[in-house]
Write a protein that binds this ligand. Structure first.
Ligand SMILES: [Zn+2]
Length: 310
């Protein structure tokens, strides 16, 4: 192909793609509007009056909405009936985003959750909601009725427990042994702690990576999270310090890494065992958010081949 023909081809492809994106965006928008109407369509059995065999057939044939989405829509829309802020989120982002919070949002907290849902991906929102539920459980003002309800609802979130029949002596010995083993393990790791690398390049030196991952056994360091780590997060942003410090380089799963960047982790400058989620990002984290924004823009602009530092 000549250069001219190649250029013409490129323009054609770009145009096709742009049209597709534009139509797709509009299709999604209109589909969301249909979704919001579904509870009332169901309530008045409009599908039946119009000769369809079920609401599923009605939604699929008229709007291309599948059965699973109809179920989510009917369930979630009922949950947020009295929460106009969350209805607006559905209109903007679709029904799926509501799923992690439909059971915990109240009319009083609807605006708070709407703001979170607008800014987060579904996975990040789900992880945040999970921490939120836990902090509700441990909060002293949670009344006992709520406490027990939550206990049963979220029992799957608690740590795994093993039950064994042991004599009190054996139990005590095991308990001591467990403490000793953990301490030995930690001492061994600490003994190999590398020194921080200053004026560093973006990639984390293997020695430091190995050390920080050994501390959590490759898992996310957020308290209670057992997911495999996805990012090595600099609690003191790398863009500012240009340092890989083994004490402030923390392995995190994707959702908790996102939360850190949203400024939603309390005590982020302390070791992770002190961390909990914040219900609102506060001013001290604003400077990080600015740095994070700058880093994102910087890397978008230069289209760096490597992953931006986290
Ligand atoms: Zn995590």
């Amino acid at each position: 192909m000549t250069n001219v023909a190649q250029n013409a081809q490129k323009i054609l492809e770009k145009d096709l793609h742009q049209k597709f994106v534009f139509y797709g965006k509009n299709a999604l928008k209109w589909k969301r509007k249909c979704t919001i109407l579904l509870p009332e369509i169901a309530k008045y059995r409009i599908w039946e009056k119009k000769g369809f065999s079920s609401i599923y057939e009605y939604a699929a044939k008229l709007a291309g909405i599948n059965n699973a989405s109809v179920n989510v829509a009917l369930w979630a829309m009922r949950k947020i009936e009295d929460k106009p802020e969350l209805k607006r989120v559905v209109e903007e982002k679709g029904i799926e985003i509501i799923r992690p919070i439909a059971n915990i949002a109240t009319p009083e907290t609807a605006a708070f959750w709407a703001e979170k849902a607008m800014g987060m991906s579904k996975n990040t929102l789900a992880a945040y909601a999970k921490e939120y539920k836990k902090s509700e459980l441990s909060s002293p003002c949670a009344d006992s009725k709520n406490y027990y309800e939550n206990q049963t609802l979220f029992s799957d979130l608690s740590a795994e427990q093993i039950t064994m029949d042991l004599s009190p002596e054996t139990a005590e010995q095991l308990q001591k042994l467990k403490g000793q083993l953990l301490q030995t393990y930690q001492t061994q790791i600490e003994a190999k702690k590398p020194i921080p690398q200053e004026n560093a390049k973006r990639y984390v030196p293997a020695k430091i990576e190995k050390y920080v991952l050994a501390k959590t056994n490759n898992a996310c360091a957020f308290p209670g999270c057992t997911k495999e780590y996805k990012y090595l997060h600099h609690t003191w942003r790398f863009a500012l310090t240009k340092t890989h410090d083994p004490d402030t380089l923390i392995p995190l799963c994707k959702a908790h890494e996102r939360m850190a960047h949203y400024g939603l982790i309390e005590n982020e400058d302390l070791p992770p065992k002190n961390w909990k989620i914040k219900l609102e990002a506060n001013k001290t984290t604003e400077k990080w958010q600015k740095v994070d924004k700058w880093v994102a823009e910087h890397y978008n602009k230069y289209n760096a081949k490597n992953q931006p530092p986290s």
